[in-house]
Design a protein around this ligand. Structure first.
Ligand SMILES: Cc1ncc(COP(=O)(O)O)c(C=O)c1O
Length: 446
């Protein structure tokens, strides 16, 4: 049990036990599996991680956006424990268990759209995206896939093909899936000089419309996929108008509109799903990460007629919709609703934004502060007028924070963004501590 309520460092970082465990990692585990810290975890609770040497860290990574409800929430742990004593894996393709259907029903209820929906489960975010694309293709009898510049959708063949950042995600891993095309996402902070945010977003939509009339045709495009707030791409927020225009383009051209809520969903942005900020109604939504507080689970929620176009046996898989994931997810959603985690996300994000905007006034290396709720990005530049990205500075600030007990991750197509994904249960004292450490680290690194 973690007794501490905040950061406590008792050895040098990493401590001796962590070093020993990391030695094994280096020797036996693939170098291609990356790691942001060099500590080994002993336990986690809420927004804290304790390592094997007894050091306690404050976690702004939350298992890469998985622990919105906080690490090891006792009620969720209890649900998982109870389930393990009953059955762990009979496979939903062999026998039916109630929690799968109950969770499917709940997801149709908590997503926008007053029409019949159906749900399927998978294990990872990438798998949900793969399935969403398969379903859109069989429904439309078309094959092309449109994805946004700057997007990230996973590491499988299709999902890396529609992902933007070449290195590391595509590096040496080709050939890529055919018939995937890019449309422009309005990265407002990096809009062409003198062009307003709105003009830039309009221009991106116009380019998409032109592309559909020239190099492509709506007759060949099955679906368009977009993150409601770009995650790995640098926590970039599009405008509501842009998102609504995208939906219009899709509706007018029989293109299935897929919104990838894998990183932004489950109260992260102050709404259950981030696309609720824009007044849009996706045809398909992909979900994962915080859905089940760390039990591997992902979901595809689609309009009924779209979902049911997939033939029997064509979607799913051995582990899809694990009972442990389903019971955990039902509890996660109950907690988000009962404990007003959407409100907590807004309050936590509001405080983080306020502190970051104050820092922006003081430190010229901060180019942009942006986000929705508690999904916040801080972009660093070498020079505010040229906006030259400061990726090395981000690396050193993150390292300094970590050495002082606060874990942050970077993001961004240019690697120059610090992302904030705190568990939404992070206390006022903890978030203040984290922001203080961040500010001190910025001062020391510039
Ligand atoms: C928006 C988005 N889509 C898809 C994925 C892929 O999820 P996974 O790593 O579980 O395959 C991620 C992971 O970061 C993501 O952020």
């Amino acid at each position: 049990m973690i007794e501490e309520s905040n950061v406590k460092l008792v050895t040098s970082i990493p401590g001796p036990k962590s070093i020993e465990i990391l030695e094994e990692r280096k020797k036996y585990v693939a170098d291609g599996v990356s790691v942001s810290t060099d500590i080994a975890i002993a336990e986690a609770k809420g927004a804290l991680i304790k390592d094997v040497d007894g050091n306690v860290f404050l976690d702004f990574a939350a298992g890469i956006g998985v622990q919105n409800v906080g690490h090891c929430d006792p009620e969720i742990v209890e649900e998982i424990k109870k389930q393990t004593e009953l059955f762990i894996h009979p496979s939903y393709n062999v026998v039916t268990y109630e929690s799968y259907g109950a969770l499917a029903k709940k997801l149709t209820e908590i997503t926008v759209g007053d029409y019949e929906k159906k749900v399927m489960f998978a294990n990872s975010g990438a798998e949900a995206v793969e399935n969403a694309i398969k379903i859109a293709r069989t429904y439309t009898k078309k094959t092309g896939v449109l994805s946004a510049t700057g997007s990230f959708h996973g590491r499988t063949n299709m999902t890396m093909s529609i992902t933007s950042k070449y290195k590391p995600y595509k590096n040496g891993f080709g050939p890529f899936a055919p018939e995937t095309y890019k449309f422009d996402f309005p990265y407002s902070y990096r809009a062409p000089l003198g062009v307003s945010e709105e003009e830039y977003a309009d221009e991106c939509i116009n380019r998409l419309k032109t592309m559909l009339k020239t190099t492509l045709s709506p007759d060949m495009i099955a679906c368009l996929i977009i993150e409601p707030l770009q995650g790995e791409g640098g926590f970039v927020v599009p405008s509501a108008k842009y998102m609504r225009e995208l939906q219009k383009v899709c509706n007018e051209n029989n293109i299935v509109f897929i919104v990838d809520e894998i990183q932004a969903g489950f109260a992260r942005t102050g709404k259950m799903f981030a696309h609720e900020h824009y007044g849009i109604e996706p045809d398909i939504i992909t979900m994962s990460k915080s859905i089940a507080a760390g039990v591997p689970l992902s979901a595809v929620v689609a309009k009924k007629e779209i979902m049911d176009s997939a033939c029997v046996g064509g979607i799913g898989g051995t582990y899809s919709g694990s009972p442990l994931g389903c019971v955990a997810a039902l509890k996660v959603i109950e907690k988000i609703e009962k404990e007003n985690l959407c409100e907590k996300s807004l309050k936590l994000g509001g405080y983080i934004m306020e502190r970051l905007n104050e820092m922006k006034e003081k430190y010229t290396v901060i180019g942009d502060v942006r986000g929705l709720g508690a999904m916040v990005g801080l972009e660093f530049v070498k020079d505010r007028s040229t906006k030259e990205p400061a990726a090395d500075l981000v690396k050193s600030i993150i390292k300094k924070c970590y050495e002082n007990g606060v874990i942050f991750l970077n993001a961004g197509i240019l690697g120059n963004v610090i992302r904030f994904l705190p568990p939404l249960v992070m206390t006022d004292e903890q978030v203040k501590y984290g922001m203080d450490v961040l500010e001190e680290s910025i001062k020391e690194c510039i």
